[in-house]
Design a protein around this ligand. Structure first.
Ligand SMILES: *Cc1c(COP(=O)(O)O)cnc(C)c1O
Length: 414
């Protein structure tokens, strides 16, 4: 009898997988050999990667690798415990202090991943009876954090400040937390932070920004989205903790390592240290990783040419796309999205780019809304001019094959 129940369980999984397959939504892992670099090897094929989040080329930086090795030699490989027991090492402490300084906040707190930071922070800050106001395009980890907290989650239309204002009025009596990506991970555009800060203050709501894709990349000094609004900025030319009390950043993107942090006033950090379950009930990140990340943060500041190079490639990319009338979303970050709509076309375009020696991901539902499948092209400071031109050439072919032909046939049928 137990066996029968068990096979029923497995066949339900099987059915769901098959349905997923019929919709063209099954995803396959690529098996990569070697480091995350501009050219990556998958089995026998070498391709130029335009899909890593290593925007500054720090994941394979000699100084960062050396720091990791020195950290391991000094601390061993595992932290051996959670932060509140005995896992918290001097290396973690030093990184937290550097991040607090970097973001112009009183304190910072480390988490093992961005996903864990987001679920831990929202879950700690919000409870039943509260309202979490989420941008419709927020990262899955923010949405999950909202659900986990048992507060009511409401999604407002992407960057729609009128809708957000209306919701704040409607929930004036409830504890509210506004939550948003800083740079939207699949679109590349930026949240209107000054207006969000104004609304949050006016309505006594909290404001939390996840700047996974902005930290180390955006702003002259790489402070991310908090550095993008100089006319609204306070001390240090960044939006301060008064305007933006809860700032999350991650290390797995532009800083090239792994892990995350939350920065804010001392009260916020003390509170999270006590109540964020994904902080309390997990092993502290390996101290060597903290040593490597501290080095990576320093390199990202010292080698400002990386940010400048990235910005140059972004400008050149956007100019080229405008010249081709290519349907690229409005983004000034390293994330450049070409929305092709249906899943099959997007997969075919990605395959065509692969034939041209380029690795570009096809992003499909549920990562993006249905009907908005896209190529997500990410640029990195370490792409050479030749590699970049190779991308533009191949996109011209994609344009010809999948986009220009579509508008030609649309015109013909009118
Ligand atoms: C990647 C990402 C995360 C998750 O961070 P990890 O450190 O990879 O877990 C969270 N938020 C956004 C917006 C991201 O893009």
């Amino acid at each position: 009898m137990a066996l029968a129940t068990h096979s029923g369980f497995m066949s339900r999984l099987q059915q769901r997988l098959e349905a997923h397959g019929r919709q063209g939504l099954v995803r396959h892992k690529l098996l990569r050999e070697g480091p995350c670099a501009a050219v990556q090897r998958f089995g026998q094929h070498e391709r130029v990667s335009f899909c890593s989040n290593d925007y500054l080329g720090l994941a394979n930086h000699p100084a960062v690798i050396a720091a990791w090795q020195e950290g391991a030699a000094r601390y061993g490989v595992g932290s051996g415990g959670s932060h509140l027991v005995t896992g918290h090492c001097r290396a973690h402490q030093a990184l937290e202090q550097a991040l607090a300084e970097f973001t112009g906040r009183e304190r910072a707190l480390l988490f093992s991943t961005g996903y864990m930071a987001n679920i831990g922070v929202i879950n700690a800050l919000m409870h039943e009876g509260g309202v979490v106001l989420q941008d419709a395009l927020n990262h899955a980890s923010l949405l999950d954090g909202g659900w986990l907290s048992r507060a009511r989650s409401i999604r407002y239309p992407h960057n729609d400040m009128q809708a957000l204002a209306d919701l704040l009025v409607q929930h004036q009596q409830d504890p509210c937390l506004i939550v948003s990506d800083g740079v939207f991970s699949m679109d590349g555009d930026v949240a209107p932070l000054p207006e969000m800060a104004r609304l949050a203050t006016a309505h006594g709501a909290g404001l939390m920004i996840d700047d996974a894709h902005g930290i180390a990349c955006l702003g002259d000094r790489g402070r991310g989205v908090i550095e993008l609004f100089p006319e609204h900025s306070g001390r240090g030319n960044v939006l301060t903790a008064r305007e933006l009390p809860v700032l999350v950043g991650t290390f797995g993107k532009a800083l090239g390592t792994a892990g995350a942090f939350v920065a804010g006033d001392a009260v916020l950090i003390e509170y999270l240290e006590q109540f964020a379950r994904s902080y309390v009930f997990t092993t502290a990140m390996p101290p060597a990783l903290a040593v490597a990340t501290l080095t990576s943060l320093r390199v990202s500041q010292d080698e400002s040419w990386r940010r400048e190079r990235l910005q140059l490639l972004i400008r050149r990319f956007r100019q080229a796309m405008a010249d081709m009338a290519f349907p690229v979303l409005d983004s000034h970050s390293a994330v450049q999205a070409v929305v092709l709509g249906d899943v099959d076309t997007t997969l075919a375009a990605s395959a065509l780019l692969r034939d041209h020696g380029l690795q570009v991901s096809a992003i499909r539902p549920p990562t993006v809304p249905r009907g908005e499948a896209r190529l997500r092209i990410t640029l990195s400071a370490v792409h050479t001019d030749t590699q970049f031109d190779q991308l533009l050439q191949a996109l011209m072919v994609v344009n010809d094959r999948f986009i220009a032909s579509r508008s030609r046939s649309a015109n013909a049928s009118h």
